[in-house]
Design a protein around this ligand. Structure first.
Ligand code: MRU
Length: 358
């Protein structure tokens, strides 16, 4: 199957074209987002989702707002409003705020230029964010590949594949790369309640790529680990704090506890844009709480819980850094002590980027 492009600008540059991930795997539908309201809706309803993909979409969204408002006398105030509005679409994945911050800095740096040129610079920055993510994914995938060998079986949770990023993905990157290189890697994919990103998206991506993938319910992970079938856990990340505590899809923390119990290496995968050095620990990461209806009825033919029942629906949890074997970044596999080693990874990235620009 041909590679899918989950996010791209339309040819006119007036809209963003995304795959509506809520329709997968049943329908492959591309939708066009023209306004900030449409962008906000697409991010908050998870039509576009996954930490890096949200950042990329928001960056392009910021450009579309700038293009629309460039003739307005209060252009800069409007752009601040647009940034705040887009930033409020989801709270946990830091890539959203990271990308918007980069866009704001580009706006400020070029504030004295004619408006049309400002808008051009903004589009160039959004494309750079997109292209950097593709390059990071490839490097992350190569580092991840060094952790597995022929015949291994990886357990994954939620979806950290190309749909959640730009290309290859993060946690699924090594598996897709392994497949391309003729290796035999098997995968168990958790279905990932309540929004079924594992069943709908990971199973779809891996199956299409010809990877040997077996779908399980989230509560079966302990069983397959106990049966000795799992060589490593590979999952994505929505925000890593500087001590190494890292948020990812709800269920990640229990997987880490299970992996620790069974002595299975537990790796999280994150570009450095997902590392939030401003968050000291997991306590500083805001966990999104979503509509109870996702648990009681969304993917059921008929509502499955009594009317009026109390529901708690946190969308993410935080994996304690002591349970993480390593966080695979584009600058290598970061292990404890995390703060020190994240700093080194950021320095390596800076040196590499400066060398490339020189
Ligand atoms: O709520 P979602 O589907 O956006 O959650 C996504 C995840 O938890 C992913 O694992 C994470 O964003 C990493 S994607 C490379």
């Amino acid at each position: 199957m041909e590679e899918l492009t989950n996010i791209r600008l339309s040819e006119s540059g007036d809209s963003l074209v995304i795959i509506d991930q809520t329709k997968l795997p049943g329908e492959l539908e591309y939708i066009e987002l023209r306004s900030r309201e449409e962008l906000f809706e697409a991010i908050s309803r998870l039509r576009v989702r996954g930490a890096p993909a949200i950042g990329i979409a928001a960056a392009y969204g910021y450009c579309l707002c700038a293009k629309e408002d460039m003739e307005e006398p209060d252009f800069f105030r409007r752009m601040d409003d647009a940034e705040r509005y887009l930033a409020s679409s989801r709270p946990t994945a830091v890539n959203l705020f990271w990308a918007l911050e980069r866009m704001r800095q580009t706006l400020r740096k070029n504030a004295l230029l004619p408006r049309e040129e400002i808008v051009e610079r903004l589009f160039a920055e959004a494309k750079a964010i997109h292209e950097e993510d593709i390059a990071s994914n490839l490097r992350i995938s190569e580092y991840g590949l060094s952790l597995i060998k022929d015949g291994d079986c990886v357990l994954t949770h939620c979806n950290a594949g190309p749909l959640a990023t730009s290309r290859y993905g993060t946690a699924l990157g090594p598996i897709l790369l392994a497949k391309e290189r003729g290796m035999d890697i098997k995968v168990f994919a958790d279905e990932t309640r309540p929004l079924l990103q594992g069943a709908r998206l990971t199973a779809f991506e891996l199956h299409n790529a010809g990877v040997d993938v077996t779908l399980i319910c989230d509560n079966m992970a302990g069983q397959v680990m106990k049966e000795g079938r799992i060589s490593a856990v590979f999952i994505g990340c929505d925000r890593a704090s500087r001590c190494g505590d890292a948020a990812n899809k709800i269920g990640s923390s229990s997987l880490a506890v299970l992996a620790d119990h069974y002595g299975i290496p537990f790796y999280m995968f994150a570009p450095l844009s997902t590392v939030d050095m401003g968050a000291a620990s997991g306590k500083d990461i805001r966990i999104e709480e979503r509509d109870p209806n996702e648990i009681t009825e969304l993917y059921f033919e008929k509502r499955m819980a009594p009317e009026g029942i109390k529901v708690y629906n946190p969308a993410f949890d935080v994996v304690d850094h002591r349970l993480i074997t390593g966080i695979v970044t584009e600058e290598g596999i970061v292990t404890a002590p995390f703060e020190e080693n994240f700093n080194k990874a950021f320095q390596r990235k800076k040196a590499r980027t400066e060398n490339k620009d020189a």
